[in-house]
Write a protein that binds this ligand. Structure first.
Ligand SMILES: *[C@@H]1O[C@H](CO)[C@@H](O)[C@H](O)[C@H]1NC(C)=O
Ligand SMILES: *[C@@H]1O[C@H](CO)[C@@H](O)[C@H](O)[C@H]1NC(C)=O
Length: 336
């Protein structure tokens, strides 16, 4: 669940995104004197902490040296590539981790660079899911951290540039939500809206992984539209759950028909569960708690085969895929 370990993903809905706000959990683990889990001594905890830091800087420094300002680093060839939107994605995605690690200098330099150089009025068709969790989430968390004296990472000269960028970006994502179900298209062009040939099929994670960022943006701007579209999308998915209270993997955003009916906690669905719980924790909205409780109960009943989780047909509950997949690994973090 932690930022430095965030998995790279290739398609929307393939991994469990971690909103920067959850970084607080990692902060607790990294701070001296914080509670230590049973079975880990304080010195072991320090070693683990340092290992996490080393891993992060290995990746971050490699990116800055070889790939920046392109989106991502190809780790074997040490080439950069613009794999998503062409807006220094890895840097934006890493800002909150830099702050979390106490790296005020690189955090401030990163925020300043992004504020001056990143633009979204570009002819690029981007994944709504990826752009939300990485870019919008990265900008909003960095904005909150840089604006708040209490974080110890406040940037004196910071003038809200990242919030302005967030609003601009989110407005460019909004055309994707113009569907009969309220569940967004998987991709949208930042300049021209949804492409004519855009697929009407999206993943459950694609429609269920927007509430935190869009909700925070609404709270920061007093513009309720972002929070509303994200909630409508969750409702659109949940209203189409099966009688077993399971959701499938892929859905048609026009007809609301499930085109892939395998229910599971991993690939294509994962962060649907994560975000309904976190949306309740962050905003106190009990509708999300209710959805989470029903969805979680069904997952534990039909998907949990101790010690694994399997995939079953959302309607019949029959096993379709009895294998563990790596994207399920976030689940224990959700259960804490
Ligand atoms: C936008 O980008 C697409 C894909 O690269 C290209 O085919 C199209 O001509 C561009 N449109 C404009 C108006 O530049
Ligand atoms: C949002 O509304 C609150 C309460 O009315 C106000 O204090 C705040 O300044 C407003 N924020 C923005 C960005 O307009």
């Amino acid at each position: 669940m932690m930022q430095p370990m965030r998995l790279r993903l290739r398609r929307q809905g393939r991994a469990s995104p971690l909103l920067c706000l959850s970084a607080a959990i990692l902060a607790a683990a990294l701070l001296p004197g914080a509670a230590v889990a049973d079975g880990v001594t304080p010195s072991e905890a320090r070693l683990l902490r340092d290992e996490v830091k080393d891993m992060f800087y290995h990746a971050f420094d490699g990116y800055m040296q070889h790939a920046f300002p392109l989106d991502e680093l190809r780790p074997l060839s040490c080439q950069g590539e613009d794999s998503l939107g062409g807006y220094a994605l890895t840097l934006i995605d890493s800002l909150d981790t830099l702050a979390l690690l106490g790296d005020k200098e690189r955090f401030a330099a990163g925020v300043e660079w992004v504020g001056k150089n990143v633009r979204f009025d570009i002819n690029k068709t981007v994944s709504v899911f990826e752009t939300n969790i990485r870019i919008l989430g990265g900008l909003l968390s960095a904005h909150l951290i840089a604006s708040d004296y209490a974080t110890g990472m406040e940037i004196e000269s910071y003038d809200g540039q990242l919030l302005h960028l967030s609003v601009d970006l989110a407005q460019r994502l909004l055309p994707a939500f113009d569907t009969p179900t309220g569940i967004p298209f998987g991709s949208v062009n930042l300049l021209y809206g949804v492409d004519d040939d855009e697929s009407k099929i999206t993943s459950t994670a694609g429609g269920g992984t927007l509430t935190l960022e869009f909700g925070v943006l609404s709270r920061l701007t007093n513009n309720t539209v972002f929070e509303q579209v994200a909630k409508k999308s969750v409702r659109g998915i949940w209203a189409r759950r099966s009688k077993l209270n399971l959701v499938g993997a892929h859905i048609n955003v026009f007809t609301g028909e499930w085109t892939q009916k395998d229910a599971g906690i991993g690939t294509s669905i994962d962060s649907f569960y994560e975000y309904v719980l976190k949306a309740y924790l962050l905003f106190g909205d009990e509708e999300y708690l209710y959805v989470f409780q029903e969805a979680y109960k069904a997952a534990m009943h039909y998907l949990h085969h101790d010690p694994w989780y399997i995939e079953v047909n959302m309607n019949s509950g029959a096993t379709v895929w009895p294998l563990f997949n790596s994207l399920q690994a976030f689940w224990p973090g959700l259960q804490i």
